[in-house]
Design a protein around this ligand. Structure first.
Ligand code: TYD
Length: 205
């Protein structure tokens, strides 16, 4: 089973992924944890190019192709072989992140992006996608908790993150059988219980 964790920055999805792993392992399941961009040696090299502060002039099209290159490698090197071996893969971000951030957030052509994502993943879709949904301002304030004043850049960031958030909700509405929306603006223990219940239910099926 291939499960992805999606959501805006500051939604707490990585914390939830990490606390789910031991629960599944206790049930005797073979769990693989990975993340994007990265997850393979080649993918981690690509990740450092994407994240490098020196690369401020990177064009959005170049950035997308790098995300896709990292993803193509991850699918072939790790995800498909692990699925074939009957493992459970928990992946922190996947193709939906590109649609939400580059498509809805940065306004790039979503039809073209969809074709590109199909090419990069060879059409591999998650069995289940958990969306950790949080109002953009709450997510941003969580990340900027040391900031004293909200400034113009924060405002810009807020608008971007609102587009990302509503993009995610639109994606989830288009494929309700794949997505589960989780209210991430609650204490993490409460969210954890909900995630465990969703997984137990899904694995039973
Ligand atoms: P990361 O440090 O992994 O943060 P997070 O914990 O939020 O996942 O940074 C990943 C950043 O890259 C995050 O802001 C989302 C963005 N991103 C895209 O814009 N497009 C993509 O396809 C992916 C995978 C990530």
């Amino acid at each position: 089973m291939f499960i992805t964790f999606e959501g805006p920055d500051g939604s707490g999805k990585t914390t939830q992924l990490n606390s789910l792993v031991p629960v599944l392992e206790q049930q005797g399941l073979d769990v693989i944890r990975t993340r994007e961009p990265g997850g393979t040696e080649i993918g981690d090299q690509i990740r450092s190019v994407i994240m490098d502060m020196k690369n401020k002039s990177m064009h959005p099209r170049a950035e997308i192709l790098l995300f896709c290159a990292s993803r193509a490698q991850l699918v072939e090197e790790l995800i498909r072989p692990s699925l074939a071996a009957g493992k459970i893969i928990l992946c922190d971000r996947y193709a939906d992140s590109t649609m939400a951030y580059q498509g809805y957030g940065h306004g790039l052509d979503r039809k073209v992006l969809g074709d590109l994502l199909d090419f990069a993943t060879g059409g591999l879709k998650p069995d289940l996608t958990l969306l950790f949904d949080i109002p953009s301002e709450a997510g941003l304030r969580r990340r900027l908790s040391n900031h004293e004043e909200w400034n113009r850049m924060d405002d810009y960031a807020l608008q971007f993150h609102e587009r990302v958030r509503s993009g995610y909700l639109e994606l989830a509405a288009k494929e309700p059988e794949r997505w589960v929306i989780i209210d991430a603006n609650r204490p993490k223990d409460v969210i954890h219980e909900e995630v465990v219940a969703i997984l137990k239910d899904k694995i039973k099926k």
